[in-house]
Structure formats: structure tokens, C-alpha cells
Design a protein around this ligand. Structure first.
Ligand code: PEP
Ligand code: MG
Length: 844
């Protein structure tokens, strides 16, 4: 076969070339449809960028695709949301199936009409068949229509590769499309993306026509419209799952806000939707209540401004109004967690990078609203594309501040939401601003499509003790307000229209739970001794003075993990010595001289970047320069921290702990820096120095580390992530990245053995220590201290009091030989139920 030559794609229009990241529409800027470019047009005839066949022209004339002889497909889309113009302003000059040459006119458009009646005139040219390309010239600035812009190598695929094997194909029930404009570019991209997640060959059928469901262009070529009846067919190993997922997606509008009314698509929701929707637990607990959908108001922002002076002033005054409103929200916040979020939002509003980007656009003639939205959305898209869950969730903060400022620019009043009693709030993503104004007495829980265990809705839910589930399928957004649901966050499930038995079971469980909590709280100050008389230390994981105080009030016997990052994050410069020293000292004083205070040195890096520690971007931040690696790379940062920590020596039993240690050399170098700083301060006695065991290398070499440390603390969160090679924040892996996996347990067992052989103690400070199901297991494995999240101190102490150490040792040995985390959990549950349930029943 002849190797196809390099293909050039030419500018379809004259105008200003812009990076795709700046397109204020995530469906394009996130490249979900395909990579390519954007032109702010100065000419009004869209021309063919390559030679090929017109594979699709949208009926509304705003988009056209061309496919060349090697299967390269290029989509051109004029303007944003122009599908809503229903063809007005566009004149189609070619027909589907027609052969066209480079530069041939395809569509003419009335630029004034489109600019006035659609969101934007920005025009996209995207390589939807996915071939990588190179730029043939500058990526920004003026281009002339016909100028060569991109070069790519066709891979020479068959033109019509997907052939349905009719034999054995499964067909879905018919689905009525709820999208007002049918499956146009945006929903078609979402649908094709979802279909690509399955290995089956999948087709979308409309009457006698059918399209490859994995091809955006093919779906658009079906020319579907509102209320069209379509069907999905699939053949292959995961055909059934594919049909189920895709039908749900179609019925819910493929990511577009749709109203599901009685005569639009009732069948798919009723017949194919399950009674239970699954996500991941973001805040434990359960509740029974009614659905209240929360959706962000759609705002109409015009692209062009009234001159840069006016627009700059508009933006500036909206920003200062927003900062003031956030200050008020900080002052009225219901807790530290909420106040911190609003503080972070204030900082975003003052971010020089965002402002600069917005000003550049204003100077190009854009309106303040358009410029602000483009600046924040492109940054949010960047955050989302970095593959880091934490940063992706910060993108939600950017969306929140975008909306806040836009409303001020446009003079749109926030609608106050009247909540019914017993509301379970459902949303794509709940922003802090949406939750701040809610009457939380009426809210029983949260369920969202986006977000994860570290999202703000999760933080707020945990802070207010409400159950929450994240990562639910988009279908949840189609539930009608008032639908009765049972939110079982512990299982990560939302049950629709639950039966009486399920509700009663939940109520009994809730009552027992309340009695148990009450009992544990009353006993919180008692020591945590097993029934056969062995004392175990239960300490707290904290990140603030307030948490230290709360921990002491709840019976904490010290602090096993002070996450010092809280002093460093969300700010523009490193904390001063005095600020650090006074915070550490205040925390040490709250504990007193008889209690352990374990301060972990700064654990940040590529996954939690600091504005004032510039770093190269990393492909794999979790495997990059984080924790002790970063600190040893910037020794002054570590020296300054050591100096500040040492200033509280004597106020509590001071311990210093190094995160992410993998090599003995790291420990030795850090010890040397610590000794030098202590010497400079004239200290004769060094604090205890230990390391976190959270990298498998350290666990496997614990026998070599043990003689050189005073203690170990096992970080099961990272130890699990690195042992199982599963991202700890990955929503789809959440249930598998489980610290109860026998491989992790074996590493804990060997670490304890090595430490004890050298007379050193071992704590566990990962989230596993806060799970009471793990308590007998960890005690049985020989762990000496459990450092847990503050509200769980009473529960973990109570769990210790119900066991005998000898039983724990037996069960620990048994589970070390099991195959999976599920088996370990099942064995522990049996042990737990035999022990705890009867004792609760007896006490009450
Ligand atoms: C851990 O990894 O288990 C741990 C406690 O550290 P962090 O969760 O702060 O990374
Ligand atoms: Mg860790």
C-alpha cells in the first residue's frame, strides 16, 4: 500500500488565529470533539481546508465536515451555539457527498446577524478523525483564507471501517431524543466519547439510517432533531453494558440541559433506568428525602464590548464587588472549611494571570463578561486536562467565581431557592456559592455527577455531617423534583422510589447509629484499652489549631499527623518564620508537654503546586517531585520549616516526620539539615525524627530504615495508591484502590516487624486508621498508634475497647492469606457483627 503523503490543512477563513484553549466553550476547548484551531473571522465565506468529500452539512448550515481519501475528517463549526439560529444567517454552497477542492467555498454567512444573535462568531476547525498534526507557522495572529496552517500524516485507514455484524447484535428500546436541536456537535461529541469507552461495535439508528456511534461526524450526519426516535445497537463483549450506558445518556440529553416531560422520552427513563444509581461516597451517612435539582442560571454574555476603557472599568468594579461579597460570606461562614473556600475564591479574583488574560481580550474589543469568562474557562480547562483530580476540582472553583463576576457585570440577581423539607440536592456540580446560601436545616444530603472525595461539596458535606455521593451518572439530572430517593452514601448508592422496607431499615440503622455515637462521645475521655488490658494510643490528624483543640475535647491523646501544608497552600508567598512558629507553638500549647505532636514537613509538589515554588510541569505529578523530594530540592524551604518547628520544642512532645521517603539518603540528608538548624539555635536535644511509610520502597526496606529513625507512621492512602498503582482520587477506581488489599496489609505487617525488632513504634495515619472496621486488624498487625480524623476519635477508641488483642492477632494472620480487599472486608465484617451488634443491643 502506498504511504500517504503529508497533508496540509489550509485556513478556511481570514481572521485572527486563537488557541483552542481560549474558546469559551469547554466542549471545544477540552478537545473532546478533536484537536485543531479557532479563528475569529474577518471574512464571511467558509472555504474547504482540504480536498475531499463533504461528509456532512448540518441542516442548520452552521457546520460542515470534509473527509479525504485517507479517512482524515475535518469539522468546521461557525460560531458558538449557532445551532440555535436554525439556519438563519447561513447559506449552504455545497451538498453532502460532493467532492470539493482546497479553497472551494462551502458556506457563506451573515457575520453581523450571527454576531448579534449567537453567543460568538469564533469558528472552529477540528481534526475529528484524531490524527496528530504539526503547526506550519505561528499559532496565533492574523491568517489569510487559504494559507497552509497544519500538517498531518494520514494513517491511511479504511474509509468505512466499522461494519456492523448483524448476527448477534443487541438492540435497545427506542429512545426519544430530548435535545431541542437533536444530536448537534456538543451532545454528539459527548455520545461518541462515551461510545468509544466500549470495545463493542456500536451503531445509532434513525429509521432506516444508521451511523457508527463512535464517530462524531457520522452521528451529526444522521441529522437528528428534537423528539426523533432513535435506537442503539451493539455487538461485542461489552455490548449489553454499552447499550445500557448509551441509552441512559441519550435519555438524559448527552450532557445538555433538557427538560424531560411526560411526552418526551419517558420510555427510556422508565424502562431502562435502574432503580439504583451508583457513585462514590464523598461523606458518609444516609438519608431519605425528595429530589431538589440545583442548576446554574444560563447567562447571556455578548461578545463585543463598548470600548476597552468602559469594559475594563466594568470588570474592575464587578471584581471588587465580588471580593466584598465573598468577604461577607467568609464572615458568615458556618465553619473553617467554608471560610477557607471563600478565601481561596477571593484569591482567584485577584489572580494576576487571569486578569492579564481578560485585559488582553478586552483590548481586542471583547466585552468584560466575555473576556472574564474566556480567561477563567481556559484556565479551568487547563486544570481539568492535567489529569490531577485535585486541580480538576479547583476548576469547579473557577466556574463558581466566573459565574459570580458575570452576574455582577450583567446585573443578574441571584435567585433565592426555597427548599422544601427533607431536600436531597442533586446537581451536576455544586459550587460553594450555591451551597453557602442554602438553608441547611432543610437539606438532608447531596448527590452530584461531578466532584470526588476531595471536592468542595464533599468537604462541606463532611463539615456539616451530611451524607454525600459524587460521580453519579448524568441520568440523575433527569430526575424530577420531588422524586423520593434514599441516599445511602456508605454504599455510594442513590435508590429511586425506595420501598417501605428499605426506608424502615434505614431508619433503624440511623437510630442505632445515633445511640452508638452518643455512647462513644460519653466515653471519649477514657483510655483506649482492649478488653485484655492493652493500651493503644489514639491521636488526631489535624491541619489547624481549631482541629487540635477539637481533638483534645474529643479524647485525642495527641496529634499523630499535623499536615503542615495548610500553612503553605493557597497563597502567593511562603509563610514567614514568625507565622509558622506561632502556629506550631499554639498547637503545641493546646496539647501540653505530656502529649505527642507529630509535625509532618511540607508534603506538596506537582499534585499540590505552590505559586511561589515554580516547578516544571510534570506528566505524572504523583510520581514526581513531591514531599521530601521537593524539600531536598529546595533545602532552604525545609531549613526554614525545621527552624520554625524547633521553636515549639518543649511545649509538647515534639516529633518531626518526613513524607514520601523512598531512599535512606533522603532521611540522612534531612537529618543533617535538622541537626544543623538545631545547632544554630543552640538546642542540645533533637526532637524525635521519623518517616512516613507510604512508598512501597520504604516499607520493603523498613529493616534498614528502622535503626535510623525514632518511629514510623504508615500513610495507607499513598501506600495503597503506589502499591496497587491506582490513583487515590480516581472516581472509577475508588472502590478498588482499597487499603484493605492483602498486598498493603503485608507491607504493614513487615514494617511493624522491622520496627519492633529495633525497638521503634509504628503508627498508622492514613484514612484506614479512621475506619473502625480496620481497628482489630491494625491492632492485630502490631501497630502501636492510630492517628485518625478528629470526629472519629471517640468511635475508634470505642472500637478498641470492644476487642481482645489475641483475637485481633488471630484475625490479622487469617486475612493476610486472603486474595482480595473484598474478602478481607467480609471477614472483618463477620468479626465486627459478632462482637459489636450484640454488645449494642445489650447496652440499649
Ligand atoms: C497518607 O498518604 O496516608 C497520608 C496520611 O498522607 P496524605 O493523605 O496527606 O498524603
Ligand atoms: Mg501521603
Amino acid at each position: 500500500m502506498a504511504i500517504p503523503q503529508q497533508l496540509q490543512l489550509h485556513a478556511p477563513l481570514s481572521g485572527v488565529l486563537m488557541p483552542l484553549d481560549l474558546v469559551p466553550d469547554p466542549v471545544f476547548s477540552s478537545r473532546v470533539i478533536g484537536d485543531g484551531l479557532c479563528i475569529d473571522p474577518a471574512s464571511t465565506t467558509l472555504c474547504a481546508p482540504l480536498r475531499g468529500v463533504v461528509s456532512n452539512v448540518q441542516a442548520s448550515g452552521h457546520a460542515v465536515s470534509i473527509t479525504d481519501e485517507n479517512g482524515v475528517q475535518v469539522l468546521m463549526h461557525i460560531g458558538l451555539d449557532t445551532v440555535n439560529l436554525a439556519g438563519k444567517g447561513f447559506t449552504q454552497l455545497v451538498a453532502e457527498g460532493q467532492q470539493v477542492e482546497v479553497g472551494q467555498a462551502l458556506i457563506e454567512f451573515d457575520a453581523d446577524f450571527v454576531a448579534l444573535n449567537a453567543r460568538s462568531l469564533l469558528t472552529l476547525m477540528l481534526v475529528v478523525s484524531g490524527e496528530p498534526f504539526t503547526w506550519l507557522g505561528a499559532q496565533t495572529g492574523w491568517v489569510d483564507s487559504g494559507q497552509p496552517l497544519l500538517g498531518l500524516n494520514p494513517v491511511g485507514q479504511a474509509k468505512d471501517e466499522a461494519v456492523l455484524q448483524e448476527v448477534g447484535a443487541l438492540y435497545s428500546n427506542p429512545v426519544t431524543l430530548p435535545n431541542l436541536n437533536g444530536l448537534h456537535a456538543r451532545p454528539a461529541a459527548v455520545f461518541a466519547q462515551a461510545a468509544k469507552g466500549f470495545s463493542a461495535s456500536i451503531f445509532l439508528h434513525k429509521q432506516q439510517e444508521r451511523s457508527n456511534a463512535k464517530s462524531l461526524v457520522a452521528i451529526m450526519a444522521l441529522q437528528t432533531a428534537f423528539a426523533d426516535v432513535v435506537q442503539v445497537s451493539a455487538v461485542g463483549p461489552d455490548a449489553e453494558a454499552a447499550i445500557k450506558t448509551l441509552v441512559e445518556l441519550l435519555a438524559a440529553g448527552c450532557g445538555e440541559a433538557v427538560t424531560v416531560t411526560a411526552n418526551v422520552a419517558p420510555a427510556p427513563l422508565e424502562t431502562s433506568s435502574p432503580k439504583v444509581l451508583r457513585g462514590v461516597c464523598a461523606s458518609a451517612g444516609s438519608a431519605y428525602g425528595q429530589v431538589v435539582q440545583i442548576a446554574e442560571q444560563a447567562l447571556d454574555v455578548s461578545e463585543w464590548g463598548e470600548g476597552s476603557q468602559v469594559e475594563r472599568e466594568r470588570l474592575c468594579s464587578a471584581l471588587s464587588e465580588a471580593v466584598a461579597a465573598l468577604q461577607q460570606m467568609r464572615d458568615n461562614a458556618t465553619g473553617d472549611a467554608q471560610a477557607e473556600i471563600f478565601k481561596a475564591h477571593q484569591e482567584l479574583l485577584e489572580d494576576p494571570g487571569l486578569l492579564e488574560l481578560a485585559h488582553v481580550l478586552i483590548d481586542e474589543g471583547k466585552s468584560a463578561g466575555f473576556a472574564w469568562r474566556a480567561a477563567t474557562e481556559s484556565t479551568a480547562t487547563l486544570f481539568k486536562s492535567l489529569g490531577n483530580a485535585l486541580l480538576a476540582e479547583r476548576a469547579a472553583d473557577l466556574d463558581d467565581v466566573t459565574q459570580r463576576v458575570l452576574k455582577l457585570i450583567l446585573g443578574v440577581q441571584d435567585r433565592t431557592l426555597e427548599l422544601p423539607e427533607g431536600a436531597i440536592l442533586i446537581a451536576d456540580q455544586l459550587t460553594p456559592s450555591q451551597t453557602a446560601g442554602l438553608d441547611t436545616r432543610k437539606v438532608l444530603g447531596f448527590a452530584t455527577v461531578g466532584g470526588g472525595a476531595t471536592s468542595h461539596v464533599a468537604i462541606l458535606a463532611r463539615a456539616s455531617g451530611l451524607p454525600a455521593i459524587c460521580g453519579l451518572p448524568v441520568q440523575v439530572l433527569a430526575l424530577a423534583n420531588g422524586t423520593q430517593v434514599l441516599l445511602d452514601a456508605d454504599k455510594g448508592e442513590l435508590q429511586l422510589d425506595p420501598d417501605l422496607a428499605a426506608i424502615e431499615q434505614l431508619q433503624v440503622r440511623r437510630k442505632l447509629e445515633q445511640q452508638r455515637q452518643h455512647h462513644e462521645l460519653a466515653q471519649a475521655s477514657r483510655a483506649a484499652c482492649t478488653r485484655d488490658g492493652h493500651h493503644f494510643e489514639v491521636t488526631a490528624n489535624i491541619a489547624s489549631l481549631a482541629e487540635a483543640e477539637q481533638a483534645m475535647a474529643l479524647g485525642g491523646e495527641g496529634v499523630g499527623l499535623l499536615r503542615s501544608e495548610f500553612l503553605y497552600l493557597d497563597r502567593h508567598h511562603a509563610p514567614s518564620h514568625d507565622e509558622q512558629a506561632s502556629t506550631y507553638s499554639a498547637i503545641a500549647r493546646a496539647l501540653g508537654p505530656a502529649r505527642n505532636l507529630v509535625v509532618r514537613t511540607l508534603d506538596v509538589g506537582g499534585d499540590k503546586p505552590l505559586a511561589y515554588v515554580p516547578m516544571d510541569s510534570e506528566t505524572n505529578p504523583f510520581l514526581g517531585l513531591r514531599g521530601i523530594r521537593l524539600c531536598l530540592d529546595r533545602p532552604q524551604l525545609l531549613r526554614d520549616q525545621f527552624k520554625a518547628i524547633l521553636s515549639c520544642a518543649g511545649l509538647a512532645r515534639l516529633h518531626i516526620m518526613l513524607p514520601m521517603v523512598a531512599q535512606l539518603a533522603e532521611l540522612r540528608l534531612a537529618r543533617q539539615l535538622l541537626e544543623e538548624e538545631a545547632l544554630a539555635l543552640g538546642l542540645t536535644e533533637l526532637p524525635k525524627l521519623g518517616i512516613m511509610i507510604e512508598v512501597p520502597a520504604a516499607a520493603l526496606m523498613a529493616d534498614l530504615f528502622a535503626p535510623e529513625v525514632d518511629f514510623f507512621s504508615i500513610g495507607t492512602n499513598d501506600l495503597t495508591q503506589y502499591t496497587l498503582a491506582m490513583d487515590r482520587d480516581h472516581p472509577r477506581l475508588a472502590s478498588q484502590a482499597d487499603s484493605f488489599h492483602p498486598s498493603v496489609l503485608r507491607l504493614i505487617a513487615s514494617t511493624v516487624k522491622a520496627a519492633h525488632a529495633h525497638g521503634k513504634w509504628v503508627g498508622v495515619c492514613g484514612a484506614m486508621a479512621s475506619e473502625t472496621l480496620a481497628t482489630p486488624l491494625l491492632l492485630g498487625l502490631g501497630v502501636d498508634e492510630l492517628s485518625v480524623s478528629v470526629p472519629l476519635i471517640p468511635a475508634v477508641k470505642a472500637a478498641i475497647r470492644t476487642v481482645e488483642l489475641v483475637d485481633c492477632q488471630t484475625i490479622a494472620q487469617q486475612v493476610l492469606g486472603l486474595e482480595s480487599a473484598e474478602q478481607v472486608r467480609a471477614a472483618l465484617r463477620l468479626y465486627h457483627d459478632a462482637r459489636v451488634v450484640p454488645s449494642l443491643v445489650l447496652e440499649n
